[in-house]
Design a protein around this ligand. Sequence first.
Ligand SMILES: Cc1cc2nc3c(=O)[nH]c(=O)nc-3n(C[C@H](O)[C@H](O)[C@H](O)COP(=O)(O)OP(=O)(O)OC[C@H]3O[C@@H](n4cnc5c(N)ncnc54)[C@H](O)[C@@H]3O)c2cc1C
Ligand code: SF4
Ligand code: SF4
Length: 432
Amino acid sequence: MSKKVVVIGGGIAGIQASLDLADMGYEVHLVERSPSIGGRMAQLDKTFPTNDCSLCILSPKMIMCAGHENVKLHVYSEVVGISGEFPKLKVTIKEKARFVNISKCTGCGDCVAKCPVKVPNEFEEKLSKRRAIYLPFPQAVPRKVTIDAEHCTMIKSGKCGICKKVCQAGAIEYDQKDSTVVLDASAVVVATGFDLADVTVLSQYGLGICKDVVTSLQLERILSASGPTGGHLVRASDGKEPRKLGFVQCVGSRDEKMYKYCSSVCCMYATKESILVREHVPDINSTIFYMDMRATGKGFQEFVQRAEKNYGVRYIRSRPAKVQPANDGSGVLVTYETRGLAGEQVTEEFDMLVLCPALVPSSGAPDLAKLLRIELDDDRFLRTPSLRHPVDSSMKGILICGFAGAPMDIPDSVAQASGVAARVAELLEGGA
Ligand SMILES: Cc1cc2nc3c(=O)[nH]c(=O)nc-3n(C[C@H](O)[C@H](O)[C@H](O)COP(=O)(O)OP(=O)(O)OC[C@H]3O[C@@H](n4cnc5c(N)ncnc54)[C@H](O)[C@@H]3O)c2cc1C
Ligand code: SF4
Ligand code: SF4
């Protein structure tokens, strides 16, 4: 019988680790808390430094993972208990009721079209609404709908039942209950990724105050052809295309009062986004306000130079002090200090402003760490104390990869995920 490995988190890191482990012959149980695997990469339009389509790279891996004979997906699920020691761990997984029988659901979407309840769409960073019964995004894996019990009026108060009436497959089951699975696992891989910090608390940057201030992840969704505006770059205040776009980096990052570390990917994705917007609005001009340009990866410096030379991106080394709505409510006024001998305070108008918020360990990561009996580092990422074995946590047999351990981009997350798989094999087959 093959040894079991539990992978927690179905983003690109968890998917890659699962595929490598499954190819080695381990029985992989991939636990993802949302209804689909894919993680943040599924929300991105294109990826630096090649500007390849994000889902074109991710989708085949998601499908391969779900179809692999050695991978069992536990979506809409969380690890709620663990006991024992390496290599004899007992892992308890809670599979949340999705009120849809996924072996019957064909993903046709008839129920979604008829559901009367609309709620903010998390996948679209709340720029649009979804229904109480929903497919998180068109390329979701598994391609099965879920009923959000918090908002479904049938589950809350017994009123509605429309989706059950329209579903030809008989897949709706309002009486479904949460269930648990207990596994004897040899090792656990944690790949729980990141969230964006809530930077509405930094009111000087205007998020939630100025209509035309968005986050970088919201811009990814706006640029996506399947996103809330169908890929049209428009601002919220009046639906017009912006001609002058600003980016502010390190919003909450490298800030002693918020998150003192560098979020690592923002210099590059802001550069990427400032190039991509040109494909949408050819005469747009972008300005990036930065603290230091950290273009340390292969081809990254050249990418920044290309943005400057070929796309006219203006880089200004300054941290804006204030962002306010422009006089007629559309656009934003950005106050910043110019550098150099003539350093002075300037207020400049932009049509739209994009904030690059600090990227923080995903919500629930500290609780999960406690449950798994592993340590956090000073920045609350999962600690990897060994320089010799950089994917080992503080507990033998529990390993870390991707953004859960430290801010990192997609290529590094993938490389680390493959490293984790090799390390699991080394531990389980009698290595150090
Ligand atoms: C705006 C923006 C643009 C970016 N652009 C690029 C780019 O162009 N190129 C690039 O290389 N990188 C880019 N990045 C960085 C990239 O998103 C990350 O490197 C990558 O997503 C890390 O993958 P991950 O699998 O570690 O984490 P994630 O993608 O965050 O995946 C983690 C998964 O774990 C799940 N999860 C969390 N907690 C639990 C739990 N307790 N139980 C079960 N599941 C859980 C989550 O639901 C999620 O599916 C960008 C980031 C941002 C914010
Ligand atoms: S629940 Fe039924 S109607 Fe809804 S997507 Fe699935 S098969 Fe279609
Ligand atoms: S029963 Fe719930 S999910 Fe189904 S259509 Fe009504 S509100 Fe929507």
